[in-house]
Design a protein around this ligand. Structure first.
Ligand code: AMP
Ligand code: ZN
Length: 467
């Protein structure tokens, strides 16, 4: 398997630390508002990666966090706490907000047939782990206190910026002159490990006791703490959206490596955005669509999955309702094909073995997936295979095989119920054709059509479809 690694900026051969086990940490949602289909693109791509690794024989341990505290708007810890903002907006408690949007998140991922993580961990349930990690950073000389917070001192971490390739001086220029920025901060890129419940946070609802006073953790520390707790100090894969590269993931590396002195992550995988009119779909821009918008537009969430598969995860994907409808049509066609294959005659539906042509299709599919998850190519292989002249049994087998990664739930597509009498007529017609008695075969075909079905022949096999 070849994977693009943001850290090396190269496509690399994937070699896990402890094969066949793969430790995989995915940054989860901040549960202060509705999950939208932009998020879903990232989580579907994570799911495809996990399924691909499983298909290739790896044993993936997938951990995802849920951010329910400490994520402030703005990259420099200057904004409002997103959870508190959500609570105010909806007139609920922060805990109710977190529960409601976590449930909504999983309702959405389930609708897209995204396999749930092996471990889902909430930030609020891991405060003690974060405190311990911060203590290690203090011992190693990476933290300093101000009246408002405890900060990570980025200048002390020599490799700061290695993921994004951004120099600290460039960061300095990018930082805005925010009124909320703590004046005691040594460097604008320094980030909070712990916020004290003072000043602008003196009314903060969520707070815990710590060696640095009552308060709450900064956002980044949760991922370092939970990743280490469940997967170890060095892990194989860490994923997220590309927006996380310059700040969140850079900070995770600094904290984790500052504490352990070991590499934090072997392969960094970043998903590009779903855009609308060329702009990132995001809560703050107000250009979001969510599960109920799909329902209103009669788009099956699984067909959205097909749409996502048709673009490469490292390319942006511009969403339009037209493209969603086209994908819905393609998905309908696929469902018809699967259902037709289930109805295809051959009494012996069990496949003895794949013949050369089918083996070649399977290999092409695997090659596409192993080449940094070229899913658009893998989907093209599927359509070529469907159009080819391999047997129905082989087609059905390969569709189910490919769907282990695509996740389009093709196995659940039910056969259209076809009356036994129609099957008897179809079998008699096949016998007539074999004997080259075309008059009888035509009479039987007309009878079948009058009953509302059509028959499609291919060699010695046929498929019955509803007219
Ligand atoms: P958040 O809840 O904002 O922390 O986002 C959760 C995940 O979804 C992160 O990995 C983001 O990078 C990702 N994400 C947010 N918006 C989009 C988008 N428009 N397209 C793709 N991924 C996104
Ligand atoms: Zn994270």
């Amino acid at each position: 398997m070849k994977l693009y690694n943001t850290l090396s900026r190269k496509i690399e051969e994937f070699v896990p630390l402890n094969t066949p086990n793969v430790s995989f940490y995915a940054c989860g949602p901040t549960v202060y508002d509705f999950t939208h289909i932009g998020h879903m693109r990232t989580y579907t791509n994570n799911d495809v990666l996990k399924r691909a690794l499983t298909y290739l024989g790896y044993k993936v341990n997938h951990v995802m966090n849920v951010t329910d505290v400490g994520h402030l708007s703005g990259d420099d810890d200057s904004g409002e706490d997103k959870m508190e903002k959500g609570a105010k907006k909806y007139g609920k408690t922060v805990w109710d907000v977190a529960k409601f949007y976590t449930d909504f998140f999983f309702r959405t991922t389930d609708a897209l047939n995204i396999i749930r993580p092996d471990i889902t961990c909430k930030a609020t349930e891991h405060i003690e782990d974060m405190i311990q990690l911060i203590n290690r950073l203090i011992q190693n000389g990476f933290a300093y206190k101000t009246k408002e917070a405890l900060y990570f001192d980025v200048k002390k971490f020599k490799k700061y910026g290695k993921l994004s390739g951004q120099k600290l001086e460039e960061k300095l220029q990018a930082v805005r002159d925010e009124i909320n920025v703590d004046k005691e901060k040594k460097h604008p890129a320094d980030f909070a490990l712990w916020f004290k419940r003072v000043g602008r946070f003196s009314d903060h609802t969520m707070h815990w006791t710590s060696p640095w006073g009552e308060g709450f953790p900064g956002w980044h520390i949760e991922c370092s703490a939970m990743s280490m707790k469940y997967l170890g100090e060095t892990i194989d894969i860490h994923s997220g959206g590309i927006d996380h590269v310059p700040v969140h993931h850079e900070n995770e590396i600094a904290q984790s490596e500052g504490a352990t002195g070991k590499p934090f992550v072997k392969y960094w995988v970043h998903n590009n955005f779903l855009t609308v009119d060329g702009q990132k779909m995001s809560k703050s821009l107000g250009n979001i669509y969510k599960l109920d918008d799909l329902e209103k537009n009669k788009i099956n969430p699984i067909s959205l999955r097909l749409l996502f598969l048709q673009s490469h995860y490292r390319q942006p994907l511009n969403f339009t309702w037209q493209s969603a409808r086209a994908s819905q049509e393609a998905f309908n066609r696929l469902k018809e094909i699967v259902s037709g294959l289930k109805n295809s005659n051959s009494s012996n539906k069990k496949l003895a073995k794949l013949l050369n042509k089918s083996i070649a299709f399977q290999q092409q599919f695997k090659d596409a997936i192993q080449n940094d998850l070229q899913t658009p190519q893998a989907v093209a292989v599927m359509w070529d295979m469907i159009k080819s002249d391999i047997s129905n049994e082989e087609k059905y087998f390969l569709l189910m095989d490919f769907d282990k990664i695509f996740g389009l739930k093709l196995i659940d597509i039910t056969e259209e119920k076809i009356d036994k009498n129609i099957i008897i007529l179809a079998e008699r017609r096949l016998e007539a054709r074999k004997k080259r008695d075309f008059d009888a075969s035509d009479r039987l075909r007309i009878k079948i059509e009058k009953a509302g079905f059509k028959i499609e022949d291919k060699g010695d096999t046929y498929t019955i479809k509803k007219l």
